[in-house]
Design a protein around this ligand. Structure first.
Ligand SMILES: Cc1cc2nc3c(=O)[nH]c(=O)nc-3n(C[C@H](O)[C@H](O)[C@H](O)COP(=O)(O)O)c2cc1C
Length: 344
Protein backbone atom coordinates (compact mmCIF):
# COMPACT_ATOMS: atom_id res chain seq x y z
CA UNK A 1 0.00 0.00 0.00
CA UNK A 2 1.21 3.52 -0.74
CA UNK A 3 0.32 6.06 1.90
CA UNK A 4 1.73 8.99 -0.10
CA UNK A 5 0.94 12.33 1.50
CA UNK A 6 -1.37 10.64 4.05
CA UNK A 7 1.70 9.30 5.84
CA UNK A 8 3.00 12.68 6.96
CA UNK A 9 -0.16 14.78 7.11
CA UNK A 10 -0.76 16.69 10.34
CA UNK A 11 -3.62 15.41 12.49
CA UNK A 12 -6.42 15.96 13.13
CA UNK A 13 -7.08 16.08 9.40
CA UNK A 14 -9.98 18.43 8.67
CA UNK A 15 -10.83 18.32 4.99
CA UNK A 16 -13.30 19.66 2.48
CA UNK A 17 -15.69 16.85 1.55
CA UNK A 18 -16.31 16.17 -2.15
CA UNK A 19 -19.59 17.69 -3.34
CA UNK A 20 -20.88 17.44 -6.86
CA UNK A 21 -21.91 20.85 -8.17
CA UNK A 22 -20.21 22.57 -5.22
CA UNK A 23 -16.51 21.74 -4.80
CA UNK A 24 -15.50 23.02 -8.21
CA UNK A 25 -12.12 24.61 -8.92
CA UNK A 26 -13.31 28.13 -7.99
CA UNK A 27 -14.81 27.12 -4.63
CA UNK A 28 -11.81 24.93 -3.76
CA UNK A 29 -9.46 27.81 -4.49
CA UNK A 30 -11.45 30.12 -2.21
CA UNK A 31 -11.63 27.46 0.53
CA UNK A 32 -7.87 26.90 0.26
CA UNK A 33 -7.19 30.63 0.54
CA UNK A 34 -9.60 31.51 3.37
CA UNK A 35 -10.04 28.25 5.29
CA UNK A 36 -6.91 26.24 4.48
CA UNK A 37 -8.37 22.74 5.09
CA UNK A 38 -5.94 19.82 5.50
CA UNK A 39 -7.09 18.30 2.18
CA UNK A 40 -9.66 18.92 -0.55
CA UNK A 41 -11.53 16.61 -2.91
CA UNK A 42 -12.79 17.41 -6.38
CA UNK A 43 -16.41 16.79 -7.30
CA UNK A 44 -16.76 13.17 -8.33
CA UNK A 45 -16.16 12.34 -11.98
CA UNK A 46 -17.51 9.39 -13.91
CA UNK A 47 -14.80 7.01 -15.09
CA UNK A 48 -17.10 5.91 -17.91
CA UNK A 49 -17.56 9.53 -19.07
CA UNK A 50 -13.76 9.81 -19.28
CA UNK A 51 -13.61 6.50 -21.10
CA UNK A 52 -16.06 7.75 -23.75
CA UNK A 53 -14.08 10.93 -24.27
CA UNK A 54 -16.21 13.48 -22.43
CA UNK A 55 -13.75 16.34 -21.97
CA UNK A 56 -16.43 18.05 -19.87
CA UNK A 57 -15.92 15.38 -17.21
CA UNK A 58 -12.32 16.52 -16.79
CA UNK A 59 -13.49 20.01 -15.87
CA UNK A 60 -13.95 18.62 -12.35
CA UNK A 61 -10.22 17.81 -12.33
CA UNK A 62 -9.13 21.46 -12.55
CA UNK A 63 -7.24 22.54 -9.46
CA UNK A 64 -4.75 25.11 -8.17
CA UNK A 65 -1.52 24.25 -6.37
CA UNK A 66 -2.77 26.16 -3.33
CA UNK A 67 -5.21 23.32 -2.68
CA UNK A 68 -2.58 20.63 -2.20
CA UNK A 69 -2.92 17.95 -1.05
CA UNK A 70 -5.77 17.70 -3.56
CA UNK A 71 -7.58 14.46 -4.29
CA UNK A 72 -9.46 13.51 -7.47
CA UNK A 73 -12.67 11.64 -6.76
CA UNK A 74 -13.94 9.12 -9.30
CA UNK A 75 -16.98 6.86 -9.55
CA UNK A 76 -18.26 4.21 -11.87
CA UNK A 77 -18.62 0.46 -12.33
CA UNK A 78 -16.25 -0.50 -15.14
CA UNK A 79 -12.83 -1.82 -14.21
CA UNK A 80 -10.90 -0.76 -17.31
CA UNK A 81 -12.46 2.70 -17.04
CA UNK A 82 -11.26 2.92 -13.42
CA UNK A 83 -7.79 1.88 -14.55
CA UNK A 84 -7.63 4.59 -17.21
CA UNK A 85 -9.16 7.32 -15.02
CA UNK A 86 -6.57 6.57 -12.34
CA UNK A 87 -3.74 6.85 -14.88
CA UNK A 88 -5.17 10.18 -16.04
CA UNK A 89 -5.52 11.56 -12.49
CA UNK A 90 -1.91 10.49 -11.76
CA UNK A 91 -0.76 12.16 -14.98
CA UNK A 92 -2.62 15.34 -13.97
CA UNK A 93 -0.60 15.61 -10.77
CA UNK A 94 -3.18 14.80 -8.10
CA UNK A 95 -1.85 13.93 -4.64
CA UNK A 96 -4.46 11.22 -4.17
CA UNK A 97 -7.31 9.43 -5.88
CA UNK A 98 -10.54 8.64 -4.06
CA UNK A 99 -13.16 6.11 -5.10
CA UNK A 100 -16.76 7.04 -4.39
CA UNK A 101 -18.66 4.18 -2.76
CA UNK A 102 -21.18 6.40 -1.01
CA UNK A 103 -23.28 8.33 -3.50
CA UNK A 104 -26.96 7.37 -3.05
CA UNK A 105 -28.40 9.18 -6.08
CA UNK A 106 -30.47 7.30 -8.66
CA UNK A 107 -28.14 8.28 -11.49
CA UNK A 108 -25.15 6.77 -9.67
CA UNK A 109 -26.24 4.09 -7.16
CA UNK A 110 -29.24 3.20 -9.36
CA UNK A 111 -26.71 2.37 -12.02
CA UNK A 112 -24.56 0.07 -9.87
CA UNK A 113 -21.91 2.65 -8.86
CA UNK A 114 -21.38 4.77 -5.71
CA UNK A 115 -23.16 3.36 -2.64
CA UNK A 116 -24.54 0.43 -4.69
CA UNK A 117 -21.05 -1.07 -4.39
CA UNK A 118 -21.75 -1.72 -0.70
CA UNK A 119 -23.96 -4.56 -2.01
CA UNK A 120 -21.12 -5.85 -4.20
CA UNK A 121 -18.23 -6.26 -1.75
CA UNK A 122 -16.14 -8.50 -4.03
CA UNK A 123 -16.50 -6.16 -6.99
CA UNK A 124 -15.78 -3.15 -4.75
CA UNK A 125 -12.44 -4.74 -3.83
CA UNK A 126 -11.67 -5.38 -7.49
CA UNK A 127 -12.20 -1.68 -8.19
CA UNK A 128 -9.83 -0.61 -5.41
CA UNK A 129 -7.20 -3.13 -6.54
CA UNK A 130 -7.54 -1.93 -10.13
CA UNK A 131 -6.90 1.67 -9.09
CA UNK A 132 -3.95 0.65 -6.88
CA UNK A 133 -2.48 -1.26 -9.84
CA UNK A 134 -2.96 1.68 -12.20
CA UNK A 135 -1.19 4.00 -9.75
CA UNK A 136 1.68 1.51 -9.43
CA UNK A 137 1.92 1.08 -13.20
CA UNK A 138 1.96 4.86 -13.66
CA UNK A 139 4.70 5.25 -11.03
CA UNK A 140 6.75 2.69 -12.99
CA UNK A 141 6.41 4.58 -16.25
CA UNK A 142 3.14 3.38 -17.74
CA UNK A 143 2.26 5.93 -20.37
CA UNK A 144 -1.28 6.97 -21.19
CA UNK A 145 -0.34 6.54 -24.88
CA UNK A 146 0.08 2.83 -24.23
CA UNK A 147 -3.54 2.57 -23.13
CA UNK A 148 -6.89 2.54 -24.72
CA UNK A 149 -7.65 6.15 -23.80
CA UNK A 150 -10.08 8.13 -25.94
CA UNK A 151 -8.24 10.29 -28.53
CA UNK A 152 -10.11 13.44 -27.40
CA UNK A 153 -8.87 12.92 -23.83
CA UNK A 154 -5.32 12.23 -25.08
CA UNK A 155 -5.38 15.41 -27.17
CA UNK A 156 -6.68 17.37 -24.17
CA UNK A 157 -3.91 16.03 -21.92
CA UNK A 158 -1.24 16.60 -24.58
CA UNK A 159 -2.16 20.28 -24.70
CA UNK A 160 -1.59 20.58 -20.95
CA UNK A 161 2.06 19.51 -21.35
CA UNK A 162 2.04 17.61 -18.08
CA UNK A 163 5.27 16.36 -16.57
CA UNK A 164 4.70 15.39 -12.93
CA UNK A 165 7.31 13.20 -11.23
CA UNK A 166 6.40 9.52 -11.24
CA UNK A 167 5.51 8.27 -7.76
CA UNK A 168 2.89 6.06 -6.14
CA UNK A 169 -0.31 8.06 -5.77
CA UNK A 170 -2.37 6.79 -2.81
CA UNK A 171 -5.86 5.39 -3.33
CA UNK A 172 -8.61 6.03 -0.79
CA UNK A 173 -12.34 5.28 -0.51
CA UNK A 174 -15.31 7.36 0.65
CA UNK A 175 -18.33 5.38 1.71
CA UNK A 176 -21.32 4.98 4.02
CA UNK A 177 -22.18 2.65 6.92
CA UNK A 178 -24.44 0.40 4.85
CA UNK A 179 -26.89 0.10 1.97
CA UNK A 180 -30.33 -0.38 3.52
CA UNK A 181 -29.16 -1.60 6.91
CA UNK A 182 -26.11 -0.74 8.97
CA UNK A 183 -23.26 -3.17 8.26
CA UNK A 184 -20.32 -0.96 9.25
CA UNK A 185 -17.94 -3.57 10.61
CA UNK A 186 -18.51 -6.16 7.89
CA UNK A 187 -18.24 -3.59 5.08
CA UNK A 188 -15.21 -1.78 6.47
CA UNK A 189 -13.38 -5.08 7.13
CA UNK A 190 -14.05 -6.00 3.51
CA UNK A 191 -12.55 -2.74 2.24
CA UNK A 192 -9.52 -3.08 4.51
CA UNK A 193 -8.52 -6.30 2.72
CA UNK A 194 -7.34 -4.09 -0.15
CA UNK A 195 -5.33 -1.78 2.15
CA UNK A 196 -6.56 1.59 0.92
CA UNK A 197 -4.55 4.59 2.17
CA UNK A 198 -7.62 6.09 3.84
CA UNK A 199 -11.34 5.50 4.31
CA UNK A 200 -13.77 8.39 4.79
CA UNK A 201 -17.03 7.25 6.28
CA UNK A 202 -20.31 9.15 6.22
CA UNK A 203 -22.44 7.95 9.14
CA UNK A 204 -25.57 7.16 7.15
CA UNK A 205 -26.80 4.27 5.02
CA UNK A 206 -27.69 4.74 1.35
CA UNK A 207 -31.36 4.36 2.28
CA UNK A 208 -31.13 7.31 4.65
CA UNK A 209 -29.79 9.54 1.87
CA UNK A 210 -29.29 12.74 3.92
CA UNK A 211 -32.16 12.25 6.38
CA UNK A 212 -31.94 11.71 10.13
CA UNK A 213 -28.68 12.29 11.95
CA UNK A 214 -25.26 10.98 10.96
CA UNK A 215 -24.43 8.05 13.23
CA UNK A 216 -21.09 8.84 14.85
CA UNK A 217 -21.38 5.77 17.06
CA UNK A 218 -21.01 3.66 13.90
CA UNK A 219 -18.13 5.86 12.73
CA UNK A 220 -16.50 5.10 16.09
CA UNK A 221 -16.93 1.36 15.43
CA UNK A 222 -15.36 1.78 11.98
CA UNK A 223 -12.47 3.76 13.47
CA UNK A 224 -11.78 1.01 16.00
CA UNK A 225 -11.25 -1.53 13.23
CA UNK A 226 -9.41 0.77 10.87
CA UNK A 227 -7.02 1.97 13.59
CA UNK A 228 -5.64 -1.57 13.82
CA UNK A 229 -4.25 -1.11 10.30
CA UNK A 230 -2.13 1.47 8.47
CA UNK A 231 -5.22 2.90 6.76
CA UNK A 232 -6.35 6.32 8.01
CA UNK A 233 -9.98 7.00 8.91
CA UNK A 234 -11.99 10.19 8.49
CA UNK A 235 -15.49 10.63 9.90
CA UNK A 236 -18.15 12.60 8.08
CA UNK A 237 -21.67 13.81 8.59
CA UNK A 238 -23.45 16.83 10.08
CA UNK A 239 -20.34 18.65 11.35
CA UNK A 240 -21.43 22.22 12.05
CA UNK A 241 -18.19 24.03 12.79
CA UNK A 242 -14.54 23.55 13.78
CA UNK A 243 -15.28 22.93 17.47
CA UNK A 244 -17.91 20.35 16.51
CA UNK A 245 -15.40 18.69 14.13
CA UNK A 246 -12.78 18.41 16.87
CA UNK A 247 -15.21 16.99 19.40
CA UNK A 248 -16.62 14.44 16.92
CA UNK A 249 -13.09 13.36 15.94
CA UNK A 250 -12.22 12.91 19.58
CA UNK A 251 -15.44 11.04 20.33
CA UNK A 252 -15.04 8.62 17.41
CA UNK A 253 -11.26 8.29 17.61
CA UNK A 254 -10.75 9.04 13.92
CA UNK A 255 -7.68 10.60 12.30
CA UNK A 256 -9.86 13.46 11.16
CA UNK A 257 -13.09 14.48 9.53
CA UNK A 258 -14.56 15.87 6.34
CA UNK A 259 -16.83 18.89 6.34
CA UNK A 260 -19.40 19.23 3.58
CA UNK A 261 -22.51 21.39 3.84
CA UNK A 262 -21.21 23.57 6.69
CA UNK A 263 -18.75 25.03 4.16
CA UNK A 264 -21.54 26.48 1.98
CA UNK A 265 -20.86 30.23 1.90
CA UNK A 266 -18.38 29.68 4.72
CA UNK A 267 -14.83 28.80 3.59
CA UNK A 268 -13.72 29.93 7.08
CA UNK A 269 -15.37 26.88 8.68
CA UNK A 270 -11.97 25.15 8.52
CA UNK A 271 -10.20 27.72 10.71
CA UNK A 272 -13.09 28.82 12.90
CA UNK A 273 -13.01 32.47 11.86
CA UNK A 274 -16.29 34.39 12.13
CA UNK A 275 -16.26 36.43 8.95
CA UNK A 276 -18.04 39.77 8.86
CA UNK A 277 -20.76 40.44 6.31
CA UNK A 278 -18.43 42.71 4.31
CA UNK A 279 -15.80 39.93 4.20
CA UNK A 280 -18.40 37.44 3.00
CA UNK A 281 -19.53 39.74 0.20
CA UNK A 282 -15.94 40.45 -0.87
CA UNK A 283 -15.17 36.73 -0.98
CA UNK A 284 -18.40 36.04 -2.89
CA UNK A 285 -17.20 38.51 -5.50
CA UNK A 286 -13.74 36.94 -5.56
CA UNK A 287 -15.23 33.46 -6.04
CA UNK A 288 -17.41 34.76 -8.82
CA UNK A 289 -14.31 36.14 -10.58
CA UNK A 290 -12.45 32.85 -10.04
CA UNK A 291 -15.45 31.02 -11.49
CA UNK A 292 -15.38 33.13 -14.67
CA UNK A 293 -11.62 32.74 -15.06
CA UNK A 294 -11.25 29.06 -14.19
CA UNK A 295 -14.53 27.55 -15.32
CA UNK A 296 -16.09 30.02 -17.75
CA UNK A 297 -19.51 29.02 -19.02
CA UNK A 298 -22.02 28.03 -17.80
CA UNK A 299 -22.22 30.88 -15.27
CA UNK A 300 -25.26 29.58 -13.38
CA UNK A 301 -23.45 27.11 -11.05
CA UNK A 302 -21.89 30.06 -9.16
CA UNK A 303 -25.30 31.49 -8.27
CA UNK A 304 -26.08 29.08 -5.45
CA UNK A 305 -22.71 29.94 -3.87
CA UNK A 306 -23.47 33.66 -4.11
CA UNK A 307 -26.81 33.10 -2.41
CA UNK A 308 -25.12 31.14 0.40
CA UNK A 309 -22.88 34.13 1.13
CA UNK A 310 -25.78 36.58 1.06
CA UNK A 311 -27.73 35.69 4.16
CA UNK A 312 -28.81 37.23 7.46
CA UNK A 313 -28.81 40.93 6.67
CA UNK A 314 -31.47 43.49 5.83
CA UNK A 315 -32.18 43.20 2.13
CA UNK A 316 -30.51 39.75 1.84
CA UNK A 317 -33.50 38.24 0.07
CA UNK A 318 -33.66 41.05 -2.49
CA UNK A 319 -29.91 40.76 -3.08
CA UNK A 320 -30.23 37.02 -3.69
CA UNK A 321 -33.05 37.65 -6.14
CA UNK A 322 -30.91 40.18 -8.02
CA UNK A 323 -27.99 37.73 -8.09
CA UNK A 324 -30.21 34.98 -9.46
CA UNK A 325 -31.05 37.27 -12.41
CA UNK A 326 -27.39 38.06 -13.19
CA UNK A 327 -25.86 36.73 -16.39
CA UNK A 328 -22.13 37.25 -15.94
CA UNK A 329 -19.35 38.33 -13.60
CA UNK A 330 -19.73 42.01 -14.52
CA UNK A 331 -23.37 42.03 -13.40
CA UNK A 332 -22.51 40.22 -10.16
CA UNK A 333 -19.76 42.75 -9.58
CA UNK A 334 -22.17 45.68 -9.89
CA UNK A 335 -24.65 44.10 -7.45
CA UNK A 336 -22.06 43.05 -4.87
CA UNK A 337 -19.90 46.19 -4.99
CA UNK A 338 -22.98 48.22 -4.27
CA UNK A 339 -23.80 46.02 -1.24
CA UNK A 340 -20.19 46.02 -0.04
CA UNK A 341 -20.09 49.82 0.03
CA UNK A 342 -23.37 49.87 1.99
CA UNK A 343 -22.31 47.21 4.49
CA UNK A 344 -18.68 48.13 5.25
C1 LIG B 1 -24.64 18.84 -3.00
C2 LIG B 1 -23.87 17.63 -2.52
C3 LIG B 1 -23.08 16.96 -3.42
C4 LIG B 1 -22.34 15.84 -3.00
N1 LIG B 1 -21.49 15.22 -3.88
C5 LIG B 1 -20.66 14.25 -3.43
C6 LIG B 1 -19.64 13.72 -4.28
O1 LIG B 1 -19.45 14.14 -5.44
N2 LIG B 1 -18.86 12.73 -3.77
C7 LIG B 1 -19.01 12.27 -2.48
O2 LIG B 1 -18.26 11.38 -2.06
N3 LIG B 1 -19.94 12.77 -1.66
C8 LIG B 1 -20.75 13.76 -2.09
N4 LIG B 1 -21.64 14.33 -1.23
C9 LIG B 1 -21.66 13.89 0.17
C10 LIG B 1 -20.74 14.80 1.03
O3 LIG B 1 -19.40 14.68 0.64
C11 LIG B 1 -20.86 14.42 2.51
O4 LIG B 1 -20.53 13.07 2.65
C12 LIG B 1 -22.27 14.65 3.06
O5 LIG B 1 -22.79 15.88 2.63
C13 LIG B 1 -22.28 14.59 4.59
O6 LIG B 1 -21.40 15.56 5.12
P1 LIG B 1 -21.95 16.98 5.70
O7 LIG B 1 -23.04 16.67 6.67
O8 LIG B 1 -20.74 17.62 6.32
O9 LIG B 1 -22.49 17.73 4.53
C14 LIG B 1 -22.42 15.40 -1.64
C15 LIG B 1 -23.24 16.10 -0.76
C16 LIG B 1 -23.96 17.20 -1.17
C17 LIG B 1 -24.80 17.93 -0.17
Amino acid sequence: MSQGFWKSIKKPIIGLSPMDGVTDAAFRLIVAKYGNPSISFTEFTSVEAIKYGAIKALKAFKYSNMERPVIAQIYGKTLDAFYNATLIACEMGFDGIDINMGCPSKGVAGNGAGAALIKEPEFAKKIIRTCIKASKDWSEGQNIDQNDIHPDIKAFLDKLNLDFPRKLIPISVKTRIGFDTIITEEWISNLLETKPAAISIHGRTLKQMYSGEANWEEIKKAAKIIKQTETLVLGNGDIKNLTDAKSKIEYAGTDGALIGRASFGNPWVFNGKNATLAEKLIVALEQSKAHSELLGEPFDPIKKHLCWYCKDFDGAKETRMELMQSKNFEEVQTILKNKISQKS
